[in-house]
Ligand binder design. Structure first.
Ligand SMILES: Cc1cc2nc3c(=O)[nH]c(=O)nc-3n(C[C@H](O)[C@H](O)[C@H](O)COP(=O)(O)OP(=O)(O)OC[C@H]3O[C@@H](n4cnc5c(N)ncnc54)[C@H](O)[C@@H]3O)c2cc1C
Length: 399
């Protein structure tokens, strides 16, 4: 589906595309130094971040002093649509750029904005997100990592898990319990910036379903790690609202990646199935139904962005996360079924775009992509949790 927006928006799109053509890193530059995890910023990625920042194309919604150009909501959507199609990722530290830096800009002190947020945006500092723990994922507020005040420091003890890119990160945006005496688990939570080289902090990379050697996940241990109180983000005890707010930064435009990946993967699959002979009618039905899902995600996404542009809440976001990530998983399953043993061929995956193109730098088969596609239905809130949210907050059903 190709929509034409107003003249000014289309001029914005054309300017972005022309700039990308002229300034994006070359294939050779990216492939010579592949990204190893989601907080790894190799030298080419750091140069790329600065180029985007200085040209006002990193955070287009912000002012020029923060890597933007005061773009409106619709222009920001167009920006994300074009980056989702671009062979170069906007960032190699997605949690840092999309969740941690915006939260620091909202709530940090001037010194934290200057010394943490801007260096993350300019690719000088890799940041990871320490939320989940072995007993606290969907029920995040149950986490146990504690920070006990001692003079000018907090002493942090506990264990985080599934921390993407922690082994390459310079800092962790870490949720800790600063007051265990409060009656409700959502209270007494704070956020600390913990440098990863603090004595007492260690990482254990964890293998995932698709990668044993080049792991992205980590277990992060904090053994009486001393962290200055000056590293507190926002006020002590307001961590729960920071959690909700920081994840909200990510959600508004996330659907664009799903819609774009669905569109390009459906096209690729169709080509590959046709190359192997005639299409089976059942497979054709599946592909058409996926195409309809992709268009539904896009239309609902546009509707949500319209509401955000008008300053209204957009309850569509949970539906988009649910349908988008589940459709990607279904598409990869259909790909495997359509292609049979050809689905194991490494260079026969769906086209790789953006961050996934450079992370690991390897061509992936449909089979590996199918295994990988489960992660989208878990990260940032599982499908079951999204269904609960849709039931309660969108449909108004009882708990
Ligand atoms: C690719 C990826 C990257 C990630 N990166 C990070 C990161 O950088 N930092 C970080 O902190 N975390 C990260 N995570 C962790 C992620 O946030 C958690 O995996 C997620 O919140 C689910 O928590 P859990 O794994 O503990 O599962 P659990 O919460 O234990 O859930 C287990 C199962 O029970 C279901 N379930 C749980 N509660 C309910 C309920 N109330 N109703 C119905 N069903 C329920 C779930 O849907 C799931 O199927 C990442 C995860 C993935 C997959």
């Amino acid at each position: 589906m190709k929509l034409q927006f107003g003249e000014e928006t289309e001029r914005f799109r054309a300017e972005l595309l022309a700039w990308l053509d002229e300034n994006r890193p070359s294939d050779d530059e990216m492939m010579a130094d592949p990204v190893q995890s989601s907080a790894h910023v190799p030298p080419w990625a750091s140069r790329w971040a600065k180029r985007l920042f200085d040209a006002g194309w990193l955070m287009p919604g912000l002012g020029p002093e923060l890597g933007g150009r005061n773009a409106g909501t619709i222009e920001q959507m167009v920006y994300h649509e074009e980056f989702a199609k671009c062979p170069v990722p906007r960032t190699t530290n997605p949690q840092g750029l999309s969740i941690i830096a915006p939260t620091l800009l909202d709530l940090g002190t001037d010194a934290q904005k200057r010394d943490l947020a801007v260096p993350i945006m300019r690719g000088d500092l890799g940041a990871c997100l320490g939320m989940s723990e072995p007993g606290a994922g969907s029920d995040l507020a149950s986490f146990a990592t504690r920070a006990v005040a001692d003079g000018d420091d907090f002493v942090v003890s506990g264990r985080k898990i599934w921390t993407s890119g922690a082994h390459h990160a310079d800092i962790c945006f870490c949720f800790v319990r600063t007051d265990a005496s409060v009656p409700k688990k959502h209270q007494g939570i704070s956020v600390l910036i913990i440098p990863m080289d603090t004595p007492g902090v260690s990482c254990r990379p964890l293998p995932s379903l698709v990668s044993e050697d080049d792991a992205d996940f980590n277990e992060v241990l904090f053994e009486e790690a001393r962290v200055p109180k000056a590293n507190l983000i926002g006020r002590e005890g307001e961590g729960w609202s920071i959690a909700t707010r920081s994840l909200g930064h990510e959600r508004g435009m996330l659907w664009i990646n799903y819609a774009s990946a669905l569109d390009s993967s459906i096209d690729a699959l169709l080509e590959q199935v046709k190359a192997g002979g005639a299409i089976d009618p059942t497979e054709a039905d599946e592909l058409v139904s996926l195409y309809i899902d992709a268009q539904a995600v896009r239309c609902m996404g546009y509707q949500g962005v319209r509401k955000l542009a008008d300053g209204k809440p957009s309850p569509e976001q949970s539906i988009l996360k649910l349908v988008g990530s589940e459709s990607i998983r279904r598409l990869n399953r259909v790909g495997m079924e359509c292609l049979g043993e050809r689905a194991l061929e490494a260079d026969l995956g769906a086209p790789i775009r953006g961050a996934s193109r450079v992370i690991g730098g390897k061509p992936l088969s449909w089979a590996i992509r199918y295994l990988q596609s489960f992660s989208g239905t878990i990260a940032g809130g599982t499908s079951e949790i999204q269904r609960n949210i849709v039931a309660e907050r969108v449909l108004g059903l009882p708990r």
